[in-house]
Design a binder for this molecule. Sequence first.
Ligand code: PMP
Length: 368
Amino acid sequence: MTRPFNFSAGPANLPEEVLQQAASEMLDWHGSGMSVMEMSHRGKEFISICEQAEADFRELMAIPEDFSILFMQGGGLAENAIVPLNLSRGESADFVVSGSWSDKSQKEARKYCDVQIAASSEDSGYTSLAPAASWQLRPNARYVHICTNETINGVEFHELPDLKALGSNAPLVIDFSSHVASRPVDWSRVGLAFGGAQKNLGPAGVTLVVVRKDLLGHALPICPSAFNYKTVADNESMYNTPPTYAIYIAGLTFQWLKRQKEGQATGIAAIELRNQAKAQRLYDAIDHSSLYMNKVDKACRSRMNVPFLLRDESRNDAFLAGAKARGLLQLKGHKSVGGMRASIYNAMPMAGVEALVSYLQEFEKSHA
Ligand code: PMP
């Protein structure tokens, strides 16, 4: 069976190999007589799955030993509260607002600490990024928050800011929900990274947190125990029952990522090359058309989420119906920006992008 190409922003498509492996192991995982869903999280089978997933993620993303990897629940939106609960000490935090998600983050953090907007690109309609040199960073901020890929606005930091070079000693917090594992991360610039799994890694339900160990142990007294990073780290993500099945699927995705090759490159380096090529192909097609347009500054266009508008919006419904008929699913844009959005996460093959580009061209011709 050939499956349609699914451009959902999340929960999103998963590698077919991962789904097939999960299907084949559904009733009996490795001769245990149990589905992964039916295992105790404290049994040796699940502990081995969880340890392997963590080790594979550490290896793939080259995460140094002075960082803990936590599997949590609550998604990105819960992390908007959990981060200030753990890091702010009730004091202050600076936020760069580059789109809908970082804006939500700063609003939530206001419940727990004094928030300052260090920079905002709202005036551009979130189609650009304020240069790091222009950020207003406070010397006493407990952390600086950025969203490194704005899923709705289609804006991505292609390089992480070096806060030290900007004169700040605050740890950088990144929300990497929608591009986690799509490219390497320079951990020397990061204090904490969080992301839900449901775009690039697996099903909804597990949230990955990578946190520098020296930042643990400063949670506010009101912080729920299950959301205290130190408690979660001390209990190896098993303080409460973790989202076992979601961790298992994420683990299969890590193994799939490790197997990827492009020329000499393997793993994340390979997937990054493929993601660059896919995004380039799609943006080129949009930029060379007179029907479609993407408003984002070329310097910060997302490689994962490609929003685009039809210059004649009356054709939106026809566009989506034609796409669906061709097996190109979930292309409708987010309601706050309208138009279309093609999310081309790690699991989207180049063939899916080629199929979309052919459709874009054909639709434009037939409606000229
Ligand atoms: N941050 C970003 C960048 C996101 O894309 C999303 C989900 N689309 C969230 C946070 C919120 O994640 P969740 O729905 O898992 O809470």
